[in-house]
Design a protein around this ligand. Sequence first.
Ligand code: F0G
Length: 462
Amino acid sequence: MSESKRKRSWAEPFKIKMVELVHMTSREEREAAIKEAGYNTFLLKSKDVYIDLLTDSGTSAMSDRQWAGMMTGDEAYAGSVNFYNLERAIQKYYGYKYIVPTHQGRAAEHIISQLMIQPGDVIPGNMYFTTTKLHQELAGGTFVDVIIDEAHDPVNEHPFKGNIDLEKLEKVIKQHGADKIPYVCVATAVNMAGGQPISLANLKAVRKLTQTHGIAIIHDMTRVAENAYFIKEREEGYADKSVAEIVKEICSLTDGATMSAKKDALVNIGGFLAVNDEKLFDLARNMVVIYEGLHTYGGMAGRDMEALAIGISESVDGDHIRARVGQVAYLGEKLIEAGIPIVKPIGSHGVFLDAKKFLPHLSQEVFPAQTLAAEIYLDSGVRTMERGVVSAGRNRETGEHNYPKLELVRLTIPRRVYTQAHMDVIAESVEEVYLNRDKISGLKMVYEPEYLRFFQARFEKL
Ligand code: F0G
């Protein structure tokens, strides 16, 4: 084989300067811990967790530059230097004009929902996200899923399963009328679909259709850089564009955005609402004062805003994002090799196990994904998360469980935190559980909170 044809592995574009020791537990300790947590991995104490794949939210490792930035925090109540640095970074890398900082993503969702949605309105989007949908509902709106059908099929290998079905969208517009649709909510790297991207061709078509009806697009840009990487890899005409250029092009096709900076943007806390319309900005800037804090900090300390400004610039770096998505793919490919049913193509921020296929003997009434997450923890101390019927909640009118087509366990990979050896240990544990899957029985729910029940619900073994 010639030199140029030989395989070249990806590797992290950083080296480790400081480490955090983690605690290894025994099977008995884990049995006690998960029982105490009501078989809900959200209720485990992190000291009882070995490898934490609960979420990629707020769990990134910051760089030395970000930590240095923390020391330059200007903790003034109003007009902090760091706010202006953040504003400049958002304008430079994302291109939005006006910025309202918030403490995290759902606070931005709250503000935009309250400002734009009237009771009776309908908000189409490419698959629901838990907090986004709830804020739309609390404002009196109804979310309508217009993602392509392929997104609901875990084995369909469509390269852009985050795409919007234009026919579905047109039908919603016809049925309800454009004046009942304040905006279309477009997510990049669609979380609940398994971290699946939307293509620029699709976004352009959505833009064209909505513009003819005078409907705005609000972008859930939580994982926009990861989406941009997939566009570079998969979409014709983008191979030679940088991730940063693609990110900016995506944002330019939308009117505003909500951002949970705890993901893509490499910080432990933070978020913002960004809009291009000055009137809307004025309203949002006024509202943030009620719920978050003054419009030049919105719930973040000066140091948090500085870390975020730096994190945004690091997040669109091509080498960073290649290693980030590469690590997720490494784990996903190991699981595929072992014959484990996962959502394909492998997503951006995690690997999603197909719990319906993994545990075919369990019906959705006994919460297969919730069960599987508990079993993986029991096996190895690896903490994962349910994304199935528990996350989907109940139908507001009938009170019945929503039964989503996708019943998944998410192995979410924090950014810049774990090594390839950790990925090997995770894959070995999932394989072990898979080999013993016949012995696994389901759960019953014994406590259910009213809102976002997956965070706090409790279960018992059947
Ligand atoms: N939008 C998406 C696509 C998200 O993934 C999240 C959070 C939010 C909005 C809300 O942002 O947490 O900063 O208030 N997702 C986390 C997760 C919780 O684990 O997927 P937040």
